[in-house]
Design a binder for this molecule. Structure first.
Ligand code: NDP
Length: 483
């Protein structure tokens, strides 16, 4: 009898243990099925079963796994399609390749995720609502997307110094992209600010062009890897100065002429004549558009649950530099993108979204369909006389996009420029100029950087922009000219 009671007590104890371990493992994934009720989707349109924000390695790899699982996967490519890798050149630490160009990695990844059915839209999410499900995504092009699950892979943006002259001379000697602008500094003296791998890489990208490249490091040592620092020594035109801080960017009415440097070891200030300032001082995660929809870390990265890509909102995952303060490597972003893509597919399975439901939505035209690619071609002019005739002497205002084949940000803006040109061509003349072919036009209109957008009205240059613009910004730019 005693033995029986003991067995009975142990049995109860076991059940308690089992149940507590059940709840333990389930707490992380326990979903409130009233919130994630699959029936809510049947009266909606513009549904994206998996919506991925960002198209760097993290976004593309998430798309690959979403697509391979058979789910309709939408990639909203953002303002920098392909992400920061498109602004690098040689990459030596991408797994599986001893040497590969950064933009080529992105081309390969996009081709691979596209092969598995991922769909791409050249649009940027500006606002999200994660308080209701399906989640709402509001884009720069004015679209509202109903996303069943979301992967945030929006990356990070270069940091600025915030010193006098930096904004004033932006695009006129101050830049964050050596691969974009190095050819404009042939035989010039330039500085690179920063002490990390990016600074080392920027300096090496400048080496074939600039005469003297000085890396300005604020501490008494560089943060760049030992391998990078060793490679720097192979370049006689690159030197490193330590304990120096840039306090001001100086220039004339045209472009940068120098910087004011403070030596924090000797407490001295000096003027350094140079014509280019390349900033490489780290990055800020792109989370502003999220508002308070999601929990961030103290450093502004997206907070993730331990060892998963899950954010503070169930059904929303994050990967890549936007959620990574530690590794910040393309390979790591790709791996985390894969995890996030898998997490998204697990989530869809959990809420009961399957191929039958997807087929039903597809048959009823409720799935989001990306804008079809246009075959419209923007007029290209590289001859000064023709340029004067078509642009300068015309009664119609004109927007001119100066680009170059080797400039990744130029290539990223071209689709948006083409779309706006097609829509506004009856009111504005849109022209593109190849900076490599049109030396006389470049010289006449003093273009010192690509991409550059110049607006012409009544024969004069009335506005200049030395940065890429989103479709919405281009529309606003066009509208302001015809007012
Ligand atoms: P990091 O954060 O590694 O380095 C930023 C550098 O900028 C540091 O030297 C920092 O100085 C300096 N800095 C920051 N703010 C200022 C300021 N206001 N004034 C002057 N200097 C400042 O950023 P990176 O962009 O270089 O690298 C990011 C990640 O990407 C890293 O993990 C890096 O390894 C990786 N990467 C890898 C590459 C490769 O392997 N091919 C190429 C490029 C990047 P301090 O040290 O004093 O804080």
């Amino acid at each position: 009898m005693r033995k029986q009671r003991l067995v009975w007590v142990l049995g109860i104890f076991n059940i308690i243990l089992l149940c507590s371990s059940c709840t333990d493992t389930n707490t992380d994934t326990l979903l409130d099925m009233r919130f994630y009720d699959i029936n809510k989707i049947y009266n909606l349109e513009n549904i994206a079963p998996i919506a991925i924000l960002g198209s760097g390695p993290a976004g593309e790899c998430a798309a690959l796994y979403g697509g391979r699982a058979g789910f309709d996967t939408l990639v909203l490519e953002g303002t920098t399609p392909g992400g920061l890798l498109t602004q690098t050149t040689l990459v030596e630490n991408w797994p599986g390749s001893t040497e590969i160009q950064g933009p080529k990695i992105i081309v390969n990844l996009k081709e691979q995720s596209g092969k598995w059915g991922a769909k791409f839209e050249l649009d940027t999410v500006e606002k999200v609502d994660f308080n209701q499900w399906p989640f709402k995504l509001y884009t720069a092009d004015g679209k509202k997307i109903n996303a069943l699950t979301v992967v945030l892979a929006t990356g990070a943006t270069p940091r600025y110094l915030g010193i006098p002259g930096e904004q004033e001379f932006w695009g006129r000697g101050v830049t964050t992209c050596a691969v974009c602008d190095a050819p404009f500094y042939k035989d010039e003296d330039v500085v690179v600010v920063g002490g990390g791998d990016s600074a080392a890489e920027e300096a090496m990208q400048l080496a074939p062009y600039a005469k003297n490249i000085t890396i300005l490091v604020r501490k008494d040592h560089m943060r760049a890897s030992a391998a990078m620092q060793t490679r720097l020594q192979e370049y006689s035109q690159i030197s490193v100065r330590y304990n120096v801080e840039v306090k001001e960017v100086l220039g004339d009415e045209m472009q940068v002429t120098g910087v004011t440097l403070y030596n924090n070891k000797n407490d001295t200030t000096e003027h350094m004549p140079i014509s280019g300032v390349f900033l490489a001082i780290g990055h800020i995660p792109n989370t502003k558009f999220l508002g308070d929809a999601i929990k961030l870390t103290n450093h502004g990265h997206i907070h993730l649950a331990d060892r998963t890509q899950e954010t503070s909102v169930q059904g929303v995952f994050a990967a890549g530099d936007v959620a990574d303060a530690r590794y910040r490597q393309a390979g790591v972003s790709a791996g985390h993108g894969i995890s996030a893509g898998l997490d998204a597919t697990f989530f869809l399975n959990e809420i009961g979204f399957n191929q039958d439901v997807q087929t039903k939505l597809k048959d009823e035209y409720r799935l989001y369909t990306p804008t079809a690619e246009s075959d419209y071609k923007v007029l290209e002019i590289n001859d000064l006389e023709e340029f004067k005739r078509v642009v300068v002497e015309s009664d119609k205002p004109a927007i001119v996009d100066f680009y170059a084949d080797w400039c990744p940000t130029c290539m990223q803006m071209l689709p948006a420029f083409t779309a706006v040109a097609q829509d506004m061509e009856d009111k504005i003349t849109f022209v593109k100029v190849d900076a490599d072919q049109a030396k006389e036009i470049i010289k006449t209109y003093k273009v010192a950087k690509v991409p550059a957008l110049l607006a012409f009205k009544d024969g004069d240059v009335v506005e200049r922009h030395a940065k890429t613009m989103t479709k919405r910004e281009l529309y606003a730019f066009g509208e302001s000219l015809i007012k």
